[in-house]
Design a binder for this molecule. Structure first.
Ligand code: ZN
Length: 245
């Protein structure tokens, strides 16, 4: 069965194929992550050439084949190319990291509409001036892990279930999430929170907008979440986009 269908998509990866075609990994609103072929998309006559570029949000028309791993895209219309992200190396680094998480950590064909909307939202925010891309990325990372099924409780210890007290030495266990001071005594592979960092992470997972933070604190939070993801996904080796640029 083949049906012609339309959906919004974020371009995560592009690979050259044959003389003039492209294979792309797309995160779509309605079908989750898919791989697709764009025939002739690298020729100068192709209307898709400039539209289907990394990080862009496009509306695609494709022939959906249930039996095939590779879908065939027939048309692409540009929705947003996030020009200010691409003109700023720092923004580009964090937007690439967003794409990398989607590329590496969500399985194909799993539908995540809320994650799709949240991703578009964060790219739109990164694309506006005066927004700290590091802060936006840290917030996105916490939202992302929740959406893929690793919600981290900031209220109760993930080991004993007791209420977490801010003034105590709470820790982040790469296996379990946040644990209280007494549970931390018999665990390895943990990161001990300062009260400040614990509170910041709590604020980041809430709707609070006026945050005071240091760059290094956000980097610490990214570091521990990255370790947590590596612990739970044997094939994931960390966020490369944050290391290169
Ligand atoms: Zn505990």
């Amino acid at each position: 069965m083949t049906e012609i269908t339309k959906t919004e998509a974020i371009v995560l990866r592009k690979t050259k194929f044959s003389d003039s075609s492209l294979i792309v990994e797309l995160f779509t609103k309605d079908y989750g992550k898919i791989s697709a072929m764009l025939k002739g998309a690298r020729s100068s006559k192709s209307k898709m050439r400039s539209k289907v570029d990394l990080i862009n949000c496009v509306e695609i028309v494709f022939y959906k084949k249930e039996s095939k791993d590779l879908q065939l895209v027939s048309q692409a219309n540009l929705i947003n190319h996030f020009i200010f992200i691409k003109e700023d190396l720092d923004k580009l680094k964090f937007a690439s990291a967003v794409c990398e998480l989607l590329l590496k950590l969500i399985p194909e064909h799993e539908i995540h509409e809320k994650l799709f909307r949240g991703t578009i939202r964060i790219l739109e925010l990164m694309n506006t001036e005066n927004n700290d891309a590091l802060l936006l990325f840290t917030r996105y990372l916490l939202f992302f892990i929740k959406e893929i099924g690793f919600e981290i409780s900031m209220d109760s210890c993930s080991s004993c279930g007791n209420t977490l007290i801010e003034s105590q030495k709470n820790a982040f266990s790469y296996a379990d999430g946040i644990i209280c001071e007494s549970c931390n005594q018999n665990k390895t592979l943990t990161y001990e929170f300062s009260e400040e960092l614990f509170n910041l992470m709590k604020c980041l997972t809430s709707k609070i907008n006026n945050l005071t933070y240091k760059k290094s604190q956000l980097e610490n939070i990214i570091f521990i979440i990255e370790k947590f993801l590596i612990y739970h996904n044997s094939e994931f080796k960390g966020i490369k986009s944050l290391q290169i640029l």
